[in-house]
Design a protein around this ligand. Structure first.
Ligand code: G3P
Ligand code: MG
Length: 225
């Protein structure tokens, strides 16, 4: 079962920063997950569309220029990273799950990945709750591996995964059931569960046959217990 660091290792370092990603790698995560938004036509790594929760900025990210955003403190003196910086930090080291959070992120991602070799793409997975963004990715570049973030309706999500020829489906810990796992596997999809922090839940997911868990504390030892 893959251990995927959630927003890097957000239980151990400021979320979605390079420090958080390095921490996840140090803990032995197989993959890291980050969230991306578009600002001044560049993909940047942050979860919210507002700055207040995770930085010393205020209000909407969209009201800032790229340079203003870069001067913010995202925790412990870390900057909000660009997606390119995260790709550079993870390539050849750990798998990278890029979660598209805002409008236009799908098209921007395809442009960014244009020159990425197939060997590196195998260590990348692009996911979203936004089917429009995933559809844009799928239309523009069939080589990108897609993960569908499931809605509460498994039938809808499995149908979307089929349309987008997805690699995986990502389900919340609250929603996951053995039936979901079996349905996903029947369709040839990997099933990953977020966010799994308690050891008892990690063990339960393993027994259920899930293929990976997102955790704020991505210690490799947990997934092999
Ligand atoms: O990609 C899994 C998980 O990160 C989805 O929810 O809100 O933490 O981005 P969220
Ligand atoms: Mg996310």
């Amino acid at each position: 079962m893959l251990m995927i660091g959630h927003r890097g290792a957000m239980g151990c370092a400021p979320e979605n920063t390079l420090l958080s990603i390095h921490k996840a790698i140090e803990l032995g995560a197989d993959w890291v997950e980050v969230d991306v938004h578009l600002l001044d036509e560049k993909l940047i790594v942050i979860h919210d569309a507002t700055l207040d929760r995770t930085t010393n900025g205020q209000g909407k990210l969209a009201d800032y220029t790229f340079d203003e955003m870069r001067n913010l403190d995202a925790g412990l003196g870390e900057k909000i990273p660009t997606l390119q910086e995260v790709i550079n930090a993870t390539a050849g080291v750990v798998g990278l799950n890029i979660e598209l959070k805002g409008k236009g992120t799908g098209k921007a991602l395809v442009s960014l990945l244009e020159k990425t070799p197939d060997s590196q793409r195998e260590n990348m997975l692009v996911s979203s709750f936004l089917m429009d963004e995933l559809s844009a990715v799928f239309c523009l570049d069939k080589r990108v591996r897609i993960g569908v973030l499931a809605s509460d309706n498994i039938n809808d999500s499995i149908a979307w995964a089929g349309k987008l020829k997805a690699f995986s489906i990502h389900v919340s810990l609250q929603n996951v059931t053995l039936e979901w796992v079996e349905r996903a596997h029947h369709q040839g999809l990997k099933l990953y569960v977020y966010t799994v922090n308690e050891l008892a839940d990690i063990k339960r997911m393993k027994q259920m046959g899930v293929d990976g868990v997102f955790s704020n504390y991505p210690r490799q030892i947990y997934s092999s217990m």
